[in-house]
Each structure stands twice: as C-alpha cells, then as structure tokens.
Design a protein. Structure first.
Length: 618
C-alpha cells in the first residue's frame, strides 16, 4: 500500500471515533493555529476531512518522502505512464489549428497534461523532452510548410536538430490531392522525426480536403495507444466538433440568400458577385479575417450527363459516408461527391476499375498521364476511356467527398450580426474544347437567387487577425476578391469608432468596370477610417501596373510605416501576386532600410513571428 493510501486509511479510522481537539501538547501547531484549526474541523464532514487528509499528504507522497515530523515509512510511489502530451500544429488557413485545439481540449478532458503551440514556438529541448509528441500540419502550394511551421521545418532538417531518442510521435497531415505534393510537409516531418531517433506511436494519416473522418480516426487511434499505457479512458464525444455549437462544418447551417449582385459593370471581362446571407438563428459569430465555408452543388446537367453515359439508374441507392448512410445516385452525385476535377490517384483507381486498355497504356507514360490531367474532368475520362461495365457503388468509392469552398468574409459581425457578406468571382475557362465553370462560383453566378439557401459554416482563421492595439498601423494589400477581408477590417473599425493609420493597396483590370466597392472606400477615406489608398488598374494603360508597382512608388512611406510597427496583410492569389508582393517587400527593406538580402529576409521573418506579416493566400 502506498504512503498516501495508508494516510487515507488512517483518516478513515479516525473518522469513526470522536475527534480529539488539537492543542499545543498533541500537535506541532501554536496555540493560535490550533484554535483556528479546531474551529474549522467542527465545520467539516467526515468526507471533507478524508479529502483534506489526502490533499495535504499528496505532495510528500509524490516526492517519496514523509511529511516533516512524521515517523511513517514512505513507500516509493507507484510508477504510472506519463500523462503529458506535446501537441504542435502548422496551419496556414486555420484547419490544422482548429483540429489541434479540438484535440487538445479532448486530451485535457481525458486528464492529460497538454503542451500546446504552433510548431515554430517549440524549442529543441521541448522536443527532446516531449515523451509523447503529436503533430498536425498542412502543406501549402508546391509542397511548402505553413508560415508558422517554417522555423520548425528548418530546425529538424539542420545540424542543430535534436536527438529524439525515447520520444514517441505521430503525425496527422492535411493536404489536397489535386496538388502534386499532396501532404508533402507532413510526410517529410514524419520521416525526419524517425531519422532523429523518435519511435512512431501511431502511423501517419494523410487527409484530403474532407479530413474530418480521417482526422477523428487518427485521434482515436493515437488515444487508443495511449490508453494501453494505463492512461485514462476516452469518452465518446466527437473531438473534431466544436463544443457548444449546434452548427458546424459537419452540420452546416442553411443560410438564406438575401442578395446576389454582380459587382462588375457592363463590358467587364469578369463576373464578381456580392452575396449577402442571413445568419439569423445560426448562433454564428465571426471576426475580421475569418471565412465562410459553403458546400456547393454540382451542375445538374453534368450529373445527368455522367449518369446517362455510365448507364446508371439515378434512383439507385449509394453510400455517402462511412456510417453507411445512402441516397439516390443523382442526389449523392449532386451534393456529396466531387465529379469535376481529375487527380492522379483517381486516374490510377479508374484504370483498375474500368478495365480499359487505353487508360492502362496512358498511365504507363508518366508525362502523357500528367498532361492528360490538365484541363480535363471526370466526364472527359468516362467519355474518352469508357469502362466496360461499372456499378455506381463501386464508382463512387474512388471519388472524394465534395469539399467545401472557403470565402473570406467581407463584412463585420459587429456591424451586421445577423448576416454575412461574401465576394465570389466566377471561375470560367475553356478546357479540352468545352466551357467549364468552378463548382461553387458557377452555382452562385448561374443558379442561386435571393430566397434560395446555401449550407454554410464559419471557418476561423486565427492567423489573419487585426492587431489587438488599434493604434498599430495597418497596411492591407488585396487585389480583386482579395480585398474581401479588408472590407471586413474597415467595417469593424468603423463600428468600433476607430480611425486612422490604415493604408489599402487595391488592384483590378479596369477602373470603369472593375472597381469593387468603390463607394465604400471613398466613404471610409472621407470619415478617416481609411487613411490612404493606392489603386492599380492593370489594363487601363499599355504597360500593366499591379499593386506591387504602387508599393515601389511609395517605398519610402511604406518603409516608414514598417519602422513604426505596421502590420502588413496580404490576401489573394498565392502563385503569382503573393510571391511578387513578398519580393517587393524584400526589395523595399533592402533599398529603404539599407539591408542585405539576408538581413531583409530576417526582418520579414521577425515580422512573421510577431504576427506583423500575415497572409491569406490561395
């Protein structure tokens, strides 16, 4: 029997007899202390006395020592498995962080001590002493780490990487199979942790955009292994679902469409829609920088074409999730499955399922297979390489779930608590001889009218937030629909009565047809909510002018704002705009700050760490 259990047993026996009053003679207390303790003891129940006895002796039992003045022989405490878990995340858009926060909360409910932070905040000694190390990370663009995982990624691949002997780890990787480097960062971190001596606690799980079920399975698998180490049992709660929320990603709110207005004037090459959705009854709140997720529907004509081509019965029941729920084939393909984009894994699965020799031959030439994926969709595949005979149930098993589309919120909850505004540009292009539209943007532009409803949820983005101090200067760079969060920023500041120290760089194609929210910016410039604005309309002159050119024109002022502690926000296209803007930032630091390239990169990295350089790019 341990020391603490002996003390509790002794306390139980003591409760069975009349309490003896404390005095200077029979205790180590002074007269004043004994009188106060006697007064307290008269007010306590036997159960309270028992609890207090264990509470007071517990610190000595943990140390394996006796309380001062005690003659009892302390036994060595029973060794139990550690309950400390280090949970780290790398997140750009907030998905990985939201999962990590939900899992951390569940681990705490299970009586774990959780060390929780972004990957960049973890020190080498924290990793060496982690014991149990869980990592959740996404992959950005062409296989790059999220901004808040860059330092960690560089650390573990450097000579300074800590040895992880004795550390047990597991990695949950988030990605998108439509990208060539699917879950690349998670895979590389998983491999590197093993090379550094770590032991894999549970196999890595790679998640596509519909990550909830796979993430939950990973969490249950990890906690199952921990439970086998004599750790407390789990409860049945779904760790991926936010607490005290009725509507969420897995249970979206049906939001009524209040307005659907094309913001571009006649003659524009673009079609950009301002959407207002009613959130009344949802219980949703949001902050500037957050997004709305929309579950779109596929084009009904495309669904009919696919069903007809494959010779299916549109009413035939097909599964829509791992729980075994079923819907008629037409409805399942309309709302629950991605039927537009082709990916390499889908092509490989189709080659096995279709039994088409031509498709098998295509996959034998990697260059030809990669070229085939460009601009083609699922309907092209089944028309050009038709299967001999394939059942709808088998066919949908190779499809991925319909991923939600995220759109930056363009309004302030404080100004409009029962509604939310979005900017959605129609994605329209010609590929393989046919006109194609984005799944969600095509639905918004062509089929959604006021009074219709859209399934939505709020997607938190903790990595794109206004500074807590309203006096900190704010520089916003957002061409096209990238200006959405900055409309939210300024509407929020106006609602709070904050003016000054804001500077917006905005760009589009033509001033006359594409100046989104022109009246809003002008009103905010008049009332002081927006202090400065520079615009770049790329096609209004022979030589194209973009936002980065306006930044260079104002480089002295730009650098002066940086030196005064300004926060810089960039939103929009990642592949071209965001890279050009970052290169321009570095150039301004080099020229105006008299820095070397290395010093400029260090300055920008410091801004990242201080949350003074934030990006929401896609």
């Amino acid at each position: 029997m341990s020391y603490i259990n002996k003390q509790m047993k002794s306390a139980c026996k003591h409760c069975e007899v009349e309490d003896l009053p404390l005095s200077v003679q029979n205790s180590p207390f002074s007269k004043e202390q004994a009188e106060k303790l006697n007064e307290l003891l008269q007010l306590l129940t036997d159960q309270q006395k028992l609890w207090l006895s264990g509470y007071l002796t517990y610190p000595f039992a943990e140390q394996g020592t006796n309380p001062p003045g005690s003659t009892a022989v302390a036994e060595k405490p029973v060794q139990t498995a550690t309950k400390t878990v280090t949970l780290l995340f790398g997140s750009e858009t907030g998905n990985a962080q939201a999962l990590a926060e939900a899992f951390a909360a569940r681990l705490k409910e299970m009586q774990f001590t959780v060390s929780f932070s972004a990957l960049d905040a973890a020190k080498p000694k924290d990793l060496k002493n982690a014991g149990y190390l869980l990592i959740i990370t996404s992959t950005q663009g062409e296989g790059d780490p999220p901004d808040n995982a860059l330092s960690f990624y560089e650390l573990i691949h450097s000579r300074k990487a800590p040895k992880l002997d004795g550390v047990q780890f597991s990695v949950l990787a988030l990605g998108d199979q439509t990208y060539e480097f699917f879950c690349k960062v998670g895979k590389e971190i998983d491999k590197r942790l093993e090379e550094l001596g770590g032991e894999r606690l549970y196999p890595r799980v790679d998640c596509d955009v519909d990550y909830e079920e796979d993430a939950q399975e990973w969490f249950e698998g990890v906690t199952g292994v921990l439970q086998s180490s004599a750790l407390p049992p789990s409860t049945a709660a779904d760790a991926t679902r936010p607490a005290n929320t009725d509507y969420s990603k897995s249970n979206p709110f049906q939001a009524e469409v209040l307005e659907n207005i094309n913001l571009n004037w006649e003659g524009s090459n673009k079609e950009t829609h301002h959407i207002e959705l009613s959130l009344e009854g949802s219980g949703f709140t949001f902050e500037p920088g957050d997004s709305i997720g929309i579950y779109p529907e596929n084009d009904p004509e495309l669904v009919e074409r696919l069903i007809e081509k494959l010779g299916w019965d549109p009413k035939e029941p097909v599964p829509i999730n791992k729980k075994g729920e079923v819907l008629p084939a037409r409805e399942a393909l309309l709302r629950h499955y991605e039927i537009t984009r082709l990916t390499k894994p889908l092509l490989q699965q189709a080659a096995v399922l279709f039994g088409n020799k031509g498709l098998t031959a295509l996959l034998e030439n990697e260059a030809e297979a990669k070229a085939y994926l460009e601009g083609r969709g699922l309907i092209d595949l089944v028309e050009e390489y038709p299967p001999e005979k394939v059942e709808v149930q088998a066919f949908v098993q190779m499809l991925r779930k319909m991923p939600p589309r995220l759109y930056s919120i363009a309004s302030s909850w404080k100004a409009n608590p029962d509604e939310v505004h979005l900017i959605i540009a129609l994605d329209c292009y010609t590929a393989n001889g046919r006109v194609c539209e984005g799944v969600c943007s095509g639905q918004i532009a062509g089929r959604i009218k006021p009074g219709d409803k859209l399934p939505v949820y709020v997607h938190r983005n903790p990595n794109f937030k206004l500074p807590a101090d309203p006096d900190v200067p704010v520089i916003m760079i957002g061409p096209g629909t990238g200006v959405a969060p900055f409309r939210s920023f300024l509407e929020e500041r106006e609602a709070e009565g904050i003016t000054g120290r804001t500077w917006l760089f905005y760009g589009d194609q033509h001033f006359a047809t594409d100046f989104l929210y022109q009246l809003d910016w002008q009103n905010w410039l008049k009332n002081g909510v927006l202090e400065r604005m520079d615009v770049a309309f790329s096609r209004d002159q022979a030589e194209k002018i973009y936002v980065q050119h306006r930044m260079l024109e104002k480089s002295k002022d730009f650098y002066a704002w940086l030196e005064k502690g300004a926060c810089v926000y960039v939103c929009g296209d990642e592949k071209q705009m965001a890279r050009d803007v970052q290169e321009t930032l570095l150039h301004i630091l080099e020229t105006e700050g008299n820095m070397t390239r290395e010093e400029a990169e260090g300055y920008l990295q410091e801004m990242r760490q201080e949350k003074r350089y934030q990006r929401d790019v896609y």
